[in-house]
Design a protein around this ligand. Structure first.
Ligand SMILES: O=C(O)[C@H](CS(=O)(=O)O)OP(=O)(O)O
Length: 245
């Protein structure tokens, strides 16, 4: 099985996803938020590109959230903090989410056979789902404004590590994949301290979101895998029965 790690959303074309499993990684914070919303009973999550598009989908059955420049959008029910998605208010609702990078990554990947959303919270569960799909994989690091974010790359390294442990053999990796596997193994025992040195974490701490960085560096603490197949609504993957698909 081949696994390619891509540095940011603009470094890949949508046709490159055809016939592959795609995993979008935005540790700080979009994919950590998606995982949290589904773990807290949201019935699904629809990523959208623009603020007006999100607003137009508001109804009694939806919960509309998102950010621009880390801040909640005026009039929205929530921002992009996973802590905004832990209340009973979202149970049974379709979450509509628009963020600067993570939701763009999901939209870009939609030609893949399956699209998953990953972060440290569910890394091992994602790895085992990918092995069961038995297809080549693209790990798309969402990054930040066309740039690479190290925390996303480290999470890619974690997923590669989990897949290789399950398969008990090395995967075929691109150079960024090799680098991230080595980097993850170098810092896996002090992940929080390493992520705290990354630019997005520093910015979040400055804006009063230190608790988000702490939560988002929890390893395998929320083993729910948001997944989409042939449409854009992410729902929790049922890990039993995914083999061979
Ligand atoms: O809300 C976030 O943490 C970031 C903000 S920014 O794009 O990095 O300025 O958005 P995300 O889509 O989660 O990367």
């Amino acid at each position: 099985m081949r696994v390619d790690v891509i540095a940011n959303v603009d470094n890949i074309r949508s046709e490159d996803f055809i016939q592959k499993s795609a995993v979008v990684i935005d540790v700080l914070r979009a994919t950590s938020t998606m995982i949290t919303a589904l773990a807290n009973g949201a019935r699904g999550l629809l990523p959208v590109e623009t603020v007006p598009e999100a607003q137009s989908k508001r109804s009694e059955h939806t919960f509309v959230g998102g950010e621009r420049y880390y801040k909640k959008i005026p009039g929205f029910q929530a921002g992009n903090s996973p802590h905004d998605y832990m209340s009973e208010e979202i149970a049974g609702k379709l979450v509509i989410l628009t963020t600067s990078n993570g939701t763009r990554g999901i939209l870009k990947s939609q030609r893949a056979s399956r699209v998953l959303a990953a972060s440290f919270l569910n890394g091992t569960a994602c790895g085992s789902a990918l092995v069961s799909f038995d297809r080549d994989v693209i790990l798309l690091c969402a990054g930040c404004r066309n740039d690479f974010s190290l925390e996303d790359g480290l999470c890619a390294g974690m997923i590669i590590d989990a897949m290789e442990s399950i398969l008990d053999q090395p995967l075929r990796l691109n150079d960024l994949g090799m680098a991230m596997k080595l980097a993850y193994n170098q810092c896996r025992h002090n992940l929080y301290e390493t992520v705290m040195e990354c630019s997005s974490a520093k910015q979040l701490v400055k804006l009063g979101f230190a608790h988000d960085v702490e939560y988002c560096t929890g390893v395998d603490t929320v083993p729910v895998v948001p997944a989409a197949k042939h449409d854009l609504v992410l729902t929790p993957l049922n890990l039993i029965g995914t083999a061979g698909r």
